[in-house]
Write a protein that binds this ligand. Structure first.
Ligand SMILES: Nc1ncnc2c1ncn2[C@@H]1O[C@H](COP(=O)(O)OP(=O)(O)OP(=O)(O)O)[C@@H](O)[C@H]1O
Length: 251
């Protein structure tokens, strides 16, 4: 397996004098889904903004497919898609026009665009809304447009910030099933979420942040073991591990 995303000794923040995230090392390989977890303000979004290239690190190096943003800005940016927590769409474009725009930006071949678009509109129950302006969509539907665009682009790396909140149960199921397929096809996924009972079953590894530092990482078994050792009691779910690690050792 080769690393799609490699973050080495990353520190960064909003002011040059004060780092919010500290010495982060993250590696995500082809075909892996990694969950980024932590309490509000732990530094998940700040980490993601650095990986997206929206913030300049104070220290450290970030590569996607071996390339830094500074080396090849276009290669770097076209290697990932980002699904933000709050959908960002063009009000005056329809659902289909958003998908078309994504296909153009990521160089998706026409035949693939046509086939995938039909499949995605059906999978996400959006066929009837294909001609709707995004301004007229519900919050969850807007989220689905972002997700469908990401899936259409088929990048090496998916960066997904808290995807479940606006989605109905059918949408969540479709997203998770599609992410499993995305992994099977060799892409890497970094997903931030507070819905631990869901990510527990889908992520291959986890990174737990607290005050901008990694306090636990590894597979579910690794996390449970670290939390058990930390709290000196048996821990059997990711949610319990979360409490045990962050709540003064109390599970
Ligand atoms: N634009 C900003 N300017 C200055 N400080 C910020 C900014 N955005 C976030 N912060 C600070 O950075 C720290 C980490 O915030 P961040 O948004 O990365 O947390 P998070 O883990 O994504 O939280 P949440 O789960 O609430 O989304 C917090 O202390 C926050 O106040």
């Amino acid at each position: 397996m080769s690393a799609v995303l490699r973050v080495e000794q990353l520190s960064g923040g909003y002011s040059p004098k004060r780092s919010i995230i500290h010495d982060l090392d993250i590696e995500i390989n082809e075909g892996e889904m990694v969950g980024l977890i932590g309490v509000n303000g732990a530094g998940k979004s700040t980490t993601i903004k650095h990986i997206l290239g929206l913030m300049t690190p104070h220290q450290g190096r970030i590569t996607i497919n071996g390339t830094t943003l500074d080396e090849h800005v276009e290669d770097y940016r076209s290697s990932y898609t980002y699904v933000p927590e709050t959908p960002i769409l063009f009000d005056e474009l329809t659902v289909e026009e958003h998908l078309r725009l994504t296909a153009m930006a990521y160089g998706v071949p026409e035949q693939q665009y046509v086939e995938l678009t039909e499949k995605l509109l059906e999978r996400f129950h959006m066929v009837k809304k294909r001609k709707a302006l995004s301004a007229h969509l519900s919050k969850g539907m807007k989220q689905k447009v972002m997700i469908m665009s990401a899936l259409l682009a088929k990048p090496s790396l998916f960066i997904i910030d808290e995807p479940f909140l606006g989605l109905d149960p059918l949408g969540i199921r479709s997203l998770l099933e599609d992410l499993v397929e995305v992994k099977r096809n060799g892409s890497a996924i970094l997903m931030s979420s507070h819905i631990l009972s869901t990510v527990e079953h889908y992520c291959d590894r986890f990174i737990m942040l607290d005050q901008g530092r990694i306090i636990a990482h590894g597979t579910l078994d690794n996390m449970l073991q670290q939390a058990s050792e930390h709290s000196k009691r048996a821990v059997s779910t990711l949610e319990e591990a979360f409490y045990a690690m962050l709540n003064g050792g109390e599970a």
